[in-house]
Design a protein around this ligand. Structure first.
Ligand code: UDP
Ligand code: MG
Length: 139
């Protein structure tokens, strides 16, 4: 089974969109393998977003991501699941995201874009290990 890390970001929890977001993955046929509500802190966000620490948007991103609880999910399915989740999410900027995608249907602003999904199978396993160490793959 291919796995990916999904985060329903604080805006999604605040707006009551977690059920809608999980429902889209379930309607597609993907499985929820793990779920947790967690108020993220700067330490764990620094590990999760390690590739972005030097980007100009990083401080705004972590301020947003740490302002209230998020819902962490491990989503699994057949080969291609990582890419399928990204396509269900839509483009990073909700203003550009296609209608029918989560970001295209519910968002307006690039930082508060509702959902995170790993961008490859390698990053998925790295990110799953950050938030769900008990589920980390051996290799
Ligand atoms: N982000 C932002 N400004 C930007 C680009 C990204 O605030 O110009 C935020 C946005 O919340 C995005 C996250 O940083 O989801 C991580 O950026 P990435 O490029 O990895 O986008 P994603 O993989 O989430 O589509
Ligand atoms: Mg990314």
């Amino acid at each position: 089974m291919e796995r990916t890390l999904v985060i329903c970001k604080p805006d999604a929890v605040e707006r009551g969109l977690v059920g809608e977001i999980i429902g889209r993955f379930e309607c597609k046929g993907l499985r929820i393998l793990a779920a947790e509500v967690l108020h993220l802190d700067l330490e764990i966000l620094g590990r999760h977003y390690a590739e972005h620490v030097d980007r100009p948007f990083y401080d705004d991103l972590v301020a947003f991501m740490s302002r209230s609880p998020a819902v962490l999910l491990v989503v699994g399915g057949p080969e291609g699941t990582v890419a399928m989740v990204r396509s269900l999410m839509g483009a990073t900027d909700p203003g550009q995201a296609a209608p029918g995608t989560i970001r295209g249907d519910f968002g307006l602003e690039v930082t508060e874009n509702l959902v995170h999904g790993s961008d490859g199978t390698g990053s998925a396993e790295r990110e799953i290990a950050v938030f769900f160490p008990a589920l980390a793959s051996a290799g």
